[in-house]
Design a protein. Structure first.
Length: 108
């Protein structure tokens, strides 16, 4: 369970992301990960998203992969990884990760 400090970082990060203040969003999500010892997949996903919007695709990919190690059955995460590889013109990896996602249930 997240502490109040972490929840504050996440809420501030989400607000900054909604306002497209991406540097602030990235800073808050990073602080939340440090506070929680990097074990919350949702925080990795939020950080990955903010990095993606800053066109930091390789850093975003690292975060999505970390989220995948923590939640290996998340279809959304594997599809995002696949999409990033496609965006970076690495079609073989994009196909590989998309195929991994195909057998997973759609999250509700």
């Amino acid at each position: 369970m997240a502490c109040a400090i972490t929840e504050n970082y996440i809420q501030n990060g989400i607000l900054a992301l909604e306002q497209r203040d991406l540097a602030t969003a990235t800073e808050n999500f990073s602080k939340a990960l440090i506070e929680e010892n990097s074990n919350e997949p949702e925080y990795w996903c939020l950080l990955a998203e903010s990095l993606f919007y800053q066109a930091q695709f390789e850093s975003s990919l690292v975060c999505w992969k970390e989220a995948a190690t923590l939640t290996p059955l998340s279809k959304k995460i594997w599809v995002r990884i696949s999409a990033l590889y496609a965006l970076m013109d690495q079609d073989d990896l994009a196909i590989h990760y998309y195929e991994l996602s195909e057998g997973l249930p759609i999250e509700g």
